[in-house]
Design a protein around this ligand. Structure first.
Ligand code: FAD
Length: 480
């Protein structure tokens, strides 16, 4: 008899309740990961996420080996591969941490039933969210649609539990190993062209990388987070999102790490509270996804079904994707996304607003591009955030609030450092003109070596005209 731990979106050893329970059982144990690109239903991972997954699985395999815990990777239909592995190992205990996408939930529920019928002990745990989506409700027992009461209801449930310790070598009885695949066998990474160079430079996926990034954030970013988190030119955000996405770190660990930082005088109460409330937005997204499994494709607010989106003009869409819109902050964001697989939150809002409101392209086009290119592409956060910007979401920004890209740039990247980092052709433009190169005196551009329309694009739309057109279109669905 042995315990099988099925890893999914929890690619870590510390604070892993399923793993912890296996070790507590005293049975010999082993770990399994199933790469399922055969089951119709769950949304396939995007390119950047596949790259991340490959690195994260390698790191997990290394970490498991270091503590003497057998870990195996297989590929195929989950509903077939998991029971086959249970059969082969003779596992009488199967443990996993919960996931929250409806199509995956259905697979898990069916597996649980089937394995239990077979006489196995099956247990699932909470590891990914601090508050289970179904546990938080209004007084009337309804799901919540507005963030503030949601987060208040979460907070009323009490402090999230402390993280579980990392298992140590020597504490584990290893079950006989299974034959498995290598990460290379999964073909997750690009070959030619190899577009992942920027990703490799920017990130260290895996639990150790996550821990180092967290320490770095706590030492250098957390103090000042509340005000600095809106500044893409400053190091005040944690960049924990891909690590959270793949479960290399848990929200419980983050929750308590920032508390410790406060106790040690490394952060103010305001910074800690703000950071936690952002983790709260992640919980809220999952709460919304739970009640609305089609959040990535269906307007939360059905009024938007009648919105007259423009058929995507492929030239506009291409310019947006490539960061060639002629609006420097938008271009910097879209290029940061393409080269590093991540974009600062403030800039995500600006770029999303630009696609939706300036170009009047359906938010789902943007959601899909982010899904493919973000290393943190998250089924709940990505769709909820796109709907939030579109105005079609729960507790969303009102549609008539249209971001002005150059004003946003001036406010949140006042020296233009963020733009310079990703739009090198503007690097010599002075701060005063960098967000509106079209208004810069000709000699300023000449000195900076910029010729609009040649070295850097002219604006693809006039923001004020585009804004008026979008508001007019919105007016048509407003009273429906
Ligand atoms: P920090 O500011 O350090 O925050 C810590 C954690 O809190 C984040 O890792 C994240 O888990 C959570 N968080 C912070 N802000 C938000 C938010 N606005 N909504 C939900 N959770 C939040 N986030 C994703 O994780 N995956 C996505 O696919 C995603 N797509 C987005 C698309 C758009 C159009 C927009 C506007 C936002 C999107 N976000 C997404 C939310 C947010 O931009 C990122 O979570 C954040 O930028 C990640 O950087 P960080 O870890 O440094 O954040």
């Amino acid at each position: 008899s042995c315990a099988l731990v099925w890893f999914r979106e929890d690619l870590r050893l510390a604070d892993n309740p399923a793993l912890h329970a296996a070790l507590d059982s005293g049975k010999p144990a082993l770990g399994l990961y199933v790469f399922d690109d055969a089951t119709h239903g769950p949304r396939p991972l995007g390119g950047a996420s596949r790259w991340w997954l490959a690195q994260s699985l390698r790191a997990l395999a290394r970490d498991c080996a270091a503590i003497g815990f057998p870990f195996v990777i297989r590929r195929g239909k989950t509903a077939e591969v998991v029971p086959a592995a249970v059969e082969e190992t003779g596992a009488d205990m199967v443990l996993w941490n919960r996931r929250y996408v409806a199509s995956e939930n259905q697979i898990d529920a069916a597996l649980k039933e089937r394995l239990r019928k077979d006489g196995r002990e099956v247990e699932s745990f909470n590891a990914r969210l601090m508050f289970e989506p179904w546990e938080v409700t209004s007084k009337a027992g309804e799901p919540l649609k507005v963030y503030s009461p949601f987060w208040r209801a979460c907070m009323a449930r009490g402090e999230p539990r402390p993280p579980l310790p990392r298992p140590r070598k020597g504490k584990i009885a290893a079950a006989p190993a299974l034959k498995g695949l290598t990460v290379d066998d999964l073909d997750l990474e690009p070959t030619t062209p190899d577009w992942a160079g920027g990703l490799r430079e920017a990130w260290t996926p895996g639990e150790t990388g996550a821990r180092a990034a967290l320490t770095d954030f706590i030492d250098h970013g957390l103090r000042g987070y509340a005000d600095g988190r809106d500044r893409p030119d400053q190091p005040h955000v944690s960049r924990m999102s891909p690590h959270l996405r793949f479960g290399e770190v848990s929200p419980y660990q983050l929750w308590h790490a920032v508390e410790r930082a406060k106790a040690e005088g490394d952060a103010t109460a305001t910074d800690v509270e703000k950071f936690r409330s952002e983790l709260g937005w992640r919980e809220f997204s999952y709460h919304l996804l739970h009640g609305n499994p089609d959040l990535a494709t269906k307007n939360f607010n059905a009024r938007f079904d009648a919105f007259p989106w423009k058929t995507p003009d492929s030239a506009h869409r291409k310019a947006w994707r490539k960061g060639l819109t002629g609006f420097p902050i938008v271009d910097a964001g879209m290029r940061q996304l393409w080269t590093t697989g991540w974009m600062h939150n403030r800039v995500r809002m600006i770029c999303a607003s630009f696609l939706i409101k300036d170009l009047m392209i359906d938010w789902r086009e943007g959601e899909d591009w982010f899904w493919d290119t973000l290393v943190d592409a998250d089924p709940a956060n990505n769709s909820a955030s796109w709907q939030w910007v579109a105005g079609s979401g729960a507790d969303a920004a009102p549609y008539f609030r249209v971001f002005n890209p150059s004003l946003q740039g001036k406010k949140f990247d006042p020296q233009g450092d963020y733009v310079r980092a990703f739009v090198p052709e503007l690097k010599d433009v002075p701060a005063k003109h960098i967000h509106e190169p079209w208004d810069a005196p000709r000699e300023v551009l000449e000195r900076a070596g910029v010729t609009l329309g040649e070295t850097y694009p002219r604006r693809i739309v006039d923001h004020h005209a585009a804004r008026d057109a979008a508001l007019k279109a919105f007016g048509r669905i407003k009273d429906r």
